[in-house]
Design a protein around this ligand. Structure first.
Ligand SMILES: [Zn+2]
Length: 362
C-alpha cells in the first residue's frame, strides 16, 4: 500500500484538514461514476444560457435563483429533487443540450477527472426543449463527443428513467434508450422519487435489459427508501451497481447480498447527508462498508446543487469520515472495475492511476 500523502497530517483538526486535503485531492486523478448532468451545470453557465435564450424565469434576481437551485443544509429527497424543476428550464432546444453536455464535461476535466459517467433523464430534457427523446439523446452524445476531442477525460453516458413518468411511459422510453446501446449510451438508471415509486414496479423494464447485457444497469436505491429497495434493484432489476445504497446496512441479509454479488455502491457523501440518507458524515457507512469488503466508490451526485466538487468529497471521506488516503485511493480502482466502459479503457485508466500513485506517494 502507498505511504503517507504529502500535505496531509492526521494531527490536523477537521476544518484545517478538510481544506488541506481538498488541495491534495485536487491534484489527484479522479473518477466519478455518479454525477447528474443537470446537477453539475455551473450556475454561471446556467445563468448565461437562460439569458441568451430569453427563458422566462420565476425571478430576475440571479442570487435568488442560485439560492433556489442549491442546497446547503439538510432536506428530504423530494426537496432536493425540486431544485431540478428550475434547472431544467435551461433546456430550450437541442443545441442547448449539446452545449451544456460539453460544458459540464469541460468543467469535470478542469477538476482533474480522468473518467466520468454522466447521467440524465433524456425524457425530461426532451420535454423541456420540445424535442423527441431520441433527439435529446443525440444532442448529449454530440456534446460528449465534441468535449472529448478537446479534453483529457473519458466520458460514458447513462440515460435515466424518471420513476414519476410511470411504468408504461418508462417502458416506451427504455426502448428508445436501448436503441442507443453501443451507439453512445453505456448504461441505464432509474431516477427520482424512490418512496412513492418503488424500484420493483420497474422490474419488467430492466430485467430483459439485464438479460440482454447491452447496457450497464445502475439503480438509485437505499437512499430515501429501505434496504429492501437495494435487494429489489439487484434481484428483480438486475443492477450490478446501486446509486447510494446507504441504507443497505439496515438489513444484514441485504448487505451480505451486496457483498456476495460484488455489487458496487456509488456513494455520494455530501448529497447523502443533505438528503438525510444518513444523519451526518460520521454516521455514513462508506468506511464501514469499505472495510467490510463491500465495493464502494466516492462520487459527487449533483456538485452544483450541493456546492461541492469531487475533491471535496474525497477530502470529506478522509477528514470527516476517517478514511485514509490509501483507502480513498483503493476506491478509485474499484470505480475502474465497476465502470460501464470497454476493458481497454479500464486498462488505460489503471495505468494512469498506477503512474500517478507511483510518484505521488512516498
Ligand atoms: Zn443520484
Amino acid at each position: 500500500m502507498p505511504g503517507p500523502i504529502l500535505g496531509y497530517s492526521s494531527a490536523m483538526d477537521a476544518d484545517d484538514s478538510l481544506e488541506a486535503l481538498h488541495g491534495v485531492y485536487q491534484r489527484w486523478p479522479k473518477i466519478d461514476l455518479h454525477r447528474h448532468l443537470p446537477g453539475a451545470i455551473p450556475f454561471d453557465t446556467w445563468w448565461r444560457i437562460v439569458r441568451e435564450k430569453g427563458v422566462t424565469l420565476p425571478s430576475d434576481d440571479p442570487a435568488e435563483l442560485r439560492r433556489r437551485m442549491s442546497i446547503s443544509g439538510k432536506h428530504d429527497l423530494k426537496t432536493f429533487l425540486k431544485c431540478f424543476d428550475l434547472v431544467d428550464l435551461v433546456y430550450v432546444d437541442a443545441e442547448t443540450i449539446e452545449q451544456l453536455t460539453y460544458e459540464v464535461i469541460a468543467d469535470a476535466a478542469r477538476d482533474g477527472l480522468i473518467y466520468l459517467e454522466l447521467r440524465y433523464s433524456p425524457t425530461r430534457m426532451a420535454a423541456s426543449a420540445g424535442i423527441s427523446t431520441a433527439a435529446a439523446l443525440e444532442a448529449t452524445i454530440a456534446g460528449r463527443d465534441r468535449a472529448l476531442a478537446g479534453h483529457d477525460i473519458t466520458v460514458e453516458l447513462i440515460a435515466g428513467l424518471s420513476r414519476e413518468m410511470g411504468v408504461e411511459r418508462c417502458t416506451a422510453e427504455a426502448k428508445v434508450i436501448a436503441g442507443y446501446a453501443g451507439r453512445g449510451i453505456a448504461g441505464i438508471d432509474l431516477l427520482g422519487n424512490e418512496i412513492d415509486y418503488p424500484a420493483s414496479w420497474y422490474a419488467p423494464i430492466f430485467r430483459p435489459l439485464a438479460e440482454e447485457g447491452i447496457l450497464g444497469i445502475t439503480i438509485h436505491a437505499g437512499e430515501s427508501s429501505s434496504a429492501q429497495s437495494v435487494a429489489d434493484a439487484i434481484l428483480e432489476l438486475g443492477a450490478t451497481r446501486i446509486g447510494h445504497g446507504v441504507r443497505a446496512e439496515e438489513d444484514p441479509a441485504v448487505l451480505a447480498l451486496v457483498r456476495e454479488r460484488g455489487v458496487t455502491l456509488e456513494m455520494c457523501p455530501t448529497s447523502n447527508v443533505q438528503t438525510q440518507a444518513t444523519a451526518d458524515y460520521d454516521t455514513h457507512p462508506l468506511p464501514r462498508y469499505h472495510r467490510d469488503g463491500i465495493r464502494v466508490t466516492i462520487n459527487s451526485d449533483d456538485p452544483s446543487i450541493s456546492q461541492i466538487d469531487l475533491a471535496h468529497e474525497y477530502a470529506t471521506a478522509t477528514a470527516l469520515m476517517g478514511m485514509s488516503p490509501a483507502e480513498v485511493q483503493a476506491t478509485l480502482y474499484t470505480a475502474v472495475e465497476a465502470a460501464f466502459t470497454a476493458e481497454e479503457t479500464k486498462e488505460r485508466l489503471r495505468a494512469h492511476l498506477d503512474q500517478f500513485f507511483a510518484t505521488e506517494t512516498a
